[in-house]
Design a protein around this ligand. Structure first.
Ligand SMILES: Cc1cc2nc3c(=O)[nH]c(=O)nc-3n(C[C@H](O)[C@H](O)[C@H](O)COP(=O)(O)OP(=O)(O)OC[C@H]3O[C@@H](n4cnc5c(N)ncnc54)[C@H](O)[C@@H]3O)c2cc1C
Length: 446
């Protein structure tokens, strides 16, 4: 089945920026990628990564191409079309004792999107990025050919595609190694921390013994309890640890309309952060929970991006290398509050080794992710200042969450850019594949 395309506003999850475009949706992804400038999945990247390079340009939408093609119960190797969502993968395979090796914070992502962003999860310090577990890809490249790529076949294209933000070709199929799990439930533990130093220390300690770790931080506190927060750890539960009846999937709420901008002042975010801290610091320390509540807590509120109103918001995620002085983290949060940036949810993760994707985001260190309401030039100024701190610390930002980084800032952060570009241009010398992000960041033709 295929849907007749009409021009419509297209945006990422942050609802900024918005581009008028034509999204072609079909179960036959191979056909609709023939003339498309790019492919998008479920549009859960935040900024302009999944948007067409210019208004009116056609993009291929993969989400109807979601068939499971092969699964080997003995090895756990899965082959599926690129539009298969993580949510469907989990619902199909968790009850059979297999899980995705990496879970980003939402289940509404496609396999193609997970490869293109080389997504990471709470277990990055153990399992690395998604791309580490991808065995092969079937792709349509810019000259129209459909080819199979892997670590052994067209390996340079394979490695440039993992984390390559969809700019090296259209991903049609993904072959992936799933992980064998003892039960489909998670044993989780929470501990509250009084300030940023304690939080970073406890997160590091938790990562030494738990496969899944993450910290939520109250980014609006100042003074001695600046950076207070909650460290959350987890592992797959053993069958004997699971209560009867087992935990249920979380109830779903929805945000029915766009929140008016006056509700989004620093006071409401301060109130939210304070309430979140107090509720979560009182929670029992260990309990068995449903995997959706653990991996994707925000999915419990459908359309939560509407909370940021019509103007939308930007996500900002960077990684500060392990060797950086602790003062860098502090100055990062000081800069955020000084320039009036406020975030409902600020998340800190412990990142392990850099992945094999040439442009893969994580590096050993601490990653910080913030949601910032879009307020025009003030937000641009804030992102510039945060980026200067990241450059000074030799860190980098995550393209899947970016909307405002200047090209010269990104270049200063990522010395791997030329190597990646060289592979890209070998496979697409005429620049046929492009996105709004590549026009803004890499100077592609619109
Ligand atoms: C609530 C929330 C939590 C998140 N948490 C995390 C997290 O913990 N870790 C993390 O790493 N990310 C996280 N993300 C970001 C998200 O995982 C990535 O942006 C992911 O790429 C989105 O997948 P998608 O299918 O929606 O892709 P889209 O957003 O539609 O596209 C993202 C990029 O992938 C490319 N792409 C998509 N499909 C294809 C294809 N078939 N062929 C070629 N290119 C393709 C697009 O061109 C684009 O560049 C989160 C996002 C949200 C909204």
């Amino acid at each position: 089945m295929s849907h007749s395309p009409t021009s419509q506003p297209i945006s990422g999850w942050g609802r900024y920026p918005v581009v008028e475009g034509v999204e072609r949706l079909s179960e036959d992804l191979e056909r609709i990628t023939e003339r498309a400038a790019m492919t998008r999945g479920l549009g859960r990247s935040y900024g302009d990564a999944s948007l067409p390079p210019a208004p009116g340009r056609a993009v291929a939408g993969s989400r109807l191409a979601d068939r499971i093609l092969r699964f080997d119960e003995t090895t756990g190797v899965l082959r599926a079309e690129a539009g298969l969502s993580l949510g469907r993968l989990s619902r199909t395979f968790l009850p059979r004792g297999f899980a995705s090796p990496v879970f980003p914070g939402t289940q509404f992502v496609t396999l193609g999107g997970m490869v293109a962003s080389d997504v990471h999860g709470k277990n990055h310090h153990v399992n690395g990025c998604f791309g580490e577990h991808v065995r092969a890809l079937r792709m349509r490249v810019a000259d129209g050919r459909v080819i199979e790529v892997s670590a052994d076949c067209h390996s340079e294209l394979f490695l440039a595609t993992i984390g390559g933000m969809g700019l090296t070709g259209h991903i049609l199929e993904v072959e992936l190694q799933l992980e064998k799990i003892p039960s489909p439930w998670i044993l989780s533990r929470q501990e509250s921390c009084r300030n940023l130093n304690e939080l970073i220390e406890r997160l590091g300690a938790a990562s030494a013994s738990w496969p899944f770790t993450v910290a939520w931080v109250d980014s609006l506190r100042r003074g001695t309890d600046m950076g207070r927060g909650v460290v959350i750890s987890g592992r797959w539960a053993q069958p004997a640890e699971v209560p009867t009846p087992p935990p249920r999937s979380p109830r779903r709420l929805a945000v029915p309309f766009d929140t008016p901008s006056w509700l989004l002042g620093p006071w409401s975010m301060r109130w939210f952060n304070r309430a979140y801290y107090h509720i979560n610091s009182r929670r029992g320390t260990r309990r068995v929970v449903h995997p959706e509540s653990f991996f994707h807590p925000l999915d419990a509120v459908a359309d939560w991006n509407r909370l940021y109103g019509r103007a939308g918001f930007v996500q900002y995620q960077c990684v500060i290398p392990r060797e950086a002085d602790r003062r860098v983290h502090r100055s990062f949060f000081e800069c955020l509050t000084r320039l009036g940036g406020a975030s409902f949810l600020s998340v800190i993760k412990d990142c392990g080794e850099t992945g094999r994707g040439i442009l893969s985001f994580p590096m050993p260190g601490i990653s910080i992710a913030l949601d910032i309401p879009m307020r025009g030039d003030a937000t641009r100024e804030l992102v510039d200042r945060l980026n200067e701190i990241v450059i000074g610390a030799r860190g980098r930002i995550y393209l899947a969450k970016d909307a405002l980084t200047r090209p010269e800032h990104f270049r200063a952060m990522d010395p791997r850019l030329d190597a990646w570009n060289a592979v890209r241009r070998t496979w697409d010398p005429d620049g046929r594949i492009a996105t709004a992000l590549s026009v803004r960041m890499f100077g592609d033709r619109a």
